[in-house]
Write a protein that binds this ligand. Structure first.
Ligand code: COI
Length: 356
């Protein structure tokens, strides 16, 4: 697929790598393609980054037909640019779109867009270990129509944001987590398995309340009985009990994380036992009391691994994990995945894809 590129005539100055943070700066270009019923997906192009023009009646503003992805471009130690498992991200969006009654470009078209933008903004891929150019593929309904039915016109675009090392280059830091028993991120039968913007909207209220109490994020429990663990913040969740890695099985309320899948594959290839099965908060508490709970961590594209040092419950109970510090499995998985991403560690699963 030949994608026309219109280069910006006013390139921005790039921020110092030490100040990148997450999602604060945006590169010089974006990729976009448009869907209409008569033309299908068309007008794929890379153009200068800038505001979108949309009708105020566009479906995305009213009935929330919107979803996104997040994947990263890394600069390997030899300077070559590589994407981490881009096909897994394209696949997840293609799988999620029908649940939101949205048309979606083919996985091939999405991948072509990711490569085209990574090429156009190659200079925006930062150099320091742990940094990356974060790609944000986004799909929104654009048809101007207020009747409640699926839209018939869509826009798919990708923007790019240079991001820093999540932990500021000082190794992993453990987070303090509030166990949420009121709000629910995603009910059974809902949108939880998709990367719908709506799931993130649903999560903000509890996350904000937890932050006000001095916690970093919340632990999400199942939407029916608040009995089983589901996710942590915006990440998938793993607990280490009796030396085994346990994680809730994929369901319609859990996102099929690309890092989750990478952790499962790596852990198994290192000889660890991984069980994808329901884990109740009762089991986690009992394991903490008996001393068999050794680690809890979240997994996601942004932070890779986020160790949990504390779980706090309504009523004042606190459960401290590994003395509040990152444990050996979290540290080893973080080092291995980050090493694969900057090509300092072998990549037997062939997860890195050269930008072409
Ligand atoms: C991730 O962990 O990469 C996420 O999905 C969070 C993102 C919404 C910033």
């Amino acid at each position: 697929m030949q994608i026309p590129v219109t280069k910006t005539t006013t390139p921005k100055s790039r921020p110092p790598e030490a100040e990148l943070g997450f999602g604060k700066f945006f590169s010089d270009h974006l990729f976009s393609t448009t869907y209409t019923p008569d033309q299908g997906w068309h007008d794929a192009k890379v153009v200068p980054y800038g505001p979108l023009v949309m009708d105020p009646a566009a479906g995305v503003f009213h009935y929330g037909q919107a979803m996104f992805e997040g994947s990263k471009v890394f600069r390997g130690k030899d300077g070559a640019l590589q994407l981490f498992r881009p096909e897994a991200h394209a696949h997840r969006m293609a799988m999620g779109a029908p649940r939101l009654s949205m048309m979606c470009p083919s996985e091939e078209q999405m991948l072509a867009g990711m490569h085209a933008l990574a090429r156009a903004d190659a200079d925006w891929v930062p150099h320091a270990p742990g940094t990356a150019l974060y790609l944000r593929p986004t799909l929104v309904a654009t048809e101007a129509f207020l009747g409640v039915r699926p839209a018939t016109a869509f826009l798919f675009f990708i923007i790019a944001s240079p991001v820093g090392s999540y932990y500021g280059g000082s190794g992993l830091k453990s987070v303090r987590i509030w166990v949420e028993t009121n709000d629910v991120r995603a009910p059974k039968g809902g949108l939880g398995a998709t990367k719908a913007g709506a799931n993130y909207a649903a999560s903000l209220h509890a996350a904000q309340a937890a932050k006000k109490q001095g916690f970093d994020q919340v632990l999400w429990l199942d939407g029916k009985d608040h009995e089983f663990i589901e996710e942590v913040g915006t990440m998938n969740l793993f607990v280490v009990i009796g030396g085994k890695l346990l994680t809730p099985p994929l369901s319609d309320s859990i996102l099929a994380g690309v890092t989750r899948d990478s952790v499962i594959q790596l852990a198994r290839s290192q000889g660890l036992v991984v069980e994808e099965r329901p884990v109740s908060i009762k089991e986690v508490r009992a394991a903490a009391q008996s001393g068999t709970l050794t680690e809890i961590f979240g997994t996601g594209t942004a932070a890779v691994i986020s160790p949990v040092g504390e779980l706090a419950f309504a009523g004042g109970e606190k459960l401290i994990v590994n003395q509040g510090k990152p444990g050996p499995i979290s540290l080893s998985l973080f080092e291995t995945i980050s090493g694969i991403q900057r090509s300092t560690v072998a990549d037997p699963h062939r997860w890195m894809v050269p930008v072409k």
